[in-house]
Design a protein around this ligand. Structure first.
Ligand code: NAD
Length: 242
């Protein structure tokens, strides 16, 4: 990852922050964006001691904010090699109770946000004839987790988008893959009710939850040239759950 310039969305916490740290350890320049300014500031305190790191307050579902971040990075560093479309939210409810607002908000961040940031970055990668894009899907897309019709729909859509983009962008030297995590211990997963978590644990062959750093290791592989002949793929990381 030495010398590579990487964007990590939702990089102020959880899997995104763990990935930012690992990228910096590997010698990359890292730009995180997030909607929570205080978390960006706290993250940058540590990240900037590890290497070159920048932080942007960006709501990924707002195309003009994504474009502003991309323009600023191209101006400063001249290129963008890696995009990790990591930012995502849940807003669970059984389908008959799920409001339009709940469905809409999750779709806007998880699906439209991934579209918007990717759309801003792809022309830069096409120009440089190089790029590595990794999207965050979820085993919920295959498994249909109870109460997650909105979330599972967006994560399944990301699988479809990943497969198409890999085909469209291959000739420009751009690989596009996705990871589908199971239960990774972050703030997002801590919100899951304890009873559900205990039931799930019994179904995970490795009998434990994943650590954000384990997801970061897979993302680093897919963002590096070690994965140069892999594109359009979805790789599950779930301790054998699915
Ligand atoms: P997290 O909630 O710990 O972190 C997500 C970060 O994204 C937060 O810092 C949040 O502020 C930021 N964010 C939310 N909305 C945003 C927006 N509109 N624009 C920019 N940033 C925004 O979540 P996590 O567990 O680290 O999840 C990261 C990704 O992995 C998500 O896409 C999630 O769906 C996926 N995932 C997580 C798990 C898990 O078990 N944790 C499982 C499967 C998939």
């Amino acid at each position: 990852m030495k010398g590579k310039v990487a964007i990590i969305t939702g990089g102020a916490a959880g899997i995104g922050l763990a990935t930012a740290k690992l990228f910096l350890e590997e010698g990359a320049t890292v730009a995180i964006c997030d909607i929570r300014k205080e978390c960006i500031d706290a993250a940058l305190l540590e990240l900037t001691t590890m290497g070159t790191a920048r932080g942007f307050v960006v709501d990924i579902s707002q195309p003009e904010q994504d474009q502003t971040m991309v323009d600023a990075l191209v101006k400063e560093f001249g290129r963008i090699d890696v995009l990790i479309n990591n930012a995502g939210i849940t807003s669970d409810a059984q389908f008959y109770k799920m409001t339009f607002e709940q469905f809409d908000r999750v779709a806007k961040v998880n699906l439209y946000g991934t579209y918007c940031m990717t759309h801003a970055v792809v022309p830069v990668m096409m120009n440089q004839n190089y790029g590595k894009i990794v999207n965050l899907s979820s085993v919920s897309a295959y498994n249909g987790n109870f109460g997650q019709s909105n979330y599972a729909a967006t994560k399944a859509a990301i699988i479809g988008m990943t497969r198409v983009l890999g085909k469209e962008l291959g000739k420009y030297g751009i690989t596009v893959n996705a990871i589908a995590p199971g239960s990774i211990l972050t703030d997002m997963y801590k919100a899951v009710p304890e009873e559900v978590k205990q039931q799930k644990l019994k179904k995970i062959p490795l009998r434990r939850y994943g650590d954000p750093r384990e997801a970061a290791q897979l993302l680093t592989f897919l963002a590096s040239d070690e994965s140069s002949y892999i594109t359009s793929q979805i790789i599950t990381i779930d301790g054998g759950f699915n």
